[in-house]
Design a protein around this ligand. Structure first.
Ligand code: PEP
Length: 249
């Protein structure tokens, strides 16, 4: 059995008490789960959720972090503060960060290197816009985001990086890439990793798919050769939909 990694991105949803309730249910229902699991609540719920998932098989993730360690950066949250809360993983380069908040590859790369330097795991999100896919540029966009996002990352540190392929047109829209289309991009990204880091790294890197993953499409996606897990948005907000994805097999 491959090592699958199922992550829930709660985005800007849930108060602390709502987050605590979901976290408690997930810890109980996933305790016999066979895969690697993560929940990424909003910053304000990290401490509350962290206390609940501590010593469970569910990791604690943040959805973003600053590119600087500390200083005059009003409104930002630093890697040191995340570590202080027990955060183990940070999601970087999510399409909402790229396209709504205009983060570019250079900024995302700075964050990737900073997170790795401080011992966090990283989920690096990549993915093309609809117009880029329609122009036949999906592979090129994903290659560029991967190469630039990983600049300066050593082969040893790559072991703490997961790639999440999330076609932007499939996020929160109910449109899922077909398992075949997703697998083709995953295979391409795996080749890119092979060119950068060699065959072992290419075989070992976990590449999650994200974009309207639901209980009824998770197993078909995960059955594909190059799909090693999921980064789940909307369906991660309820145990009723996240648990069946997390336990797709
Ligand atoms: C996401 O935002 O990472 C995501 C994949 O969202 P959804 O599952 O709602 O499409």
């Amino acid at each position: 059995m491959r090592n699958y990694y199922i992550a829930g991105n709660w985005k800007m949803h849930k108060t602390r008490s709502e987050a605590a309730e979901l976290a408690k249910t997930l810890v109980a229902q996933l305790k016999d789960g066979k895969h690697k699991y993560l929940v990424a609540p909003t910053f304000t719920s990290l401490e509350t959720v962290g206390a609940i998932v501590k010593e469970s098989n569910v990791l604690l993730g943040a959805q973003n972090m600053a590119a600087e360690e500390q200083g005059a950066h009003t409104g930002e949250v630093s890697v040191l503060q995340l570590k202080d809360l027990g955060v183990q993983v940070v999601i970087l380069g999510h399409s909402e960060r790229r396209h709504v908040y205009k983060e570019n590859d250079a900024l995302i790369n700075k964050k990737v290197n900073l997170a790795l330097k401080h011992g966090l795991e990283v989920i690096l999100c990549i993915g093309e816009l609809l117009e880029e896919r329609e122009a036949g540029k999906a592979e090129q966009v994903c290659e560029t985001q991967t190469v630039k996002g990983l600049a300066g990352v050593s082969a040893a540190d790559l072991a703490r990086v997961t790639i999440a392929y999330e076609p932007v047109w499939a996020i929160g829209t109910g449109k899922t890439a077909t398992p075949e289309d997703a697998d083709a991009i995953h295979a391409y990204v795996r080749k890119v990793i092979g060119k950068l880091y060699g065959a072992d790294a290419s075989a070992q890197i976990i590449i999650q798919y994200g974009g309207s993953v639901k209980p009824d499409n998770a197993a078909q996606l995960m059955a594909k050769e190059n799909i090693d897990g999921a980064l789940v948005g909307g369906a991660a907000l309820k145990a009723d939909t996240f648990v069946p994805i997390a336990k797709f097999s």
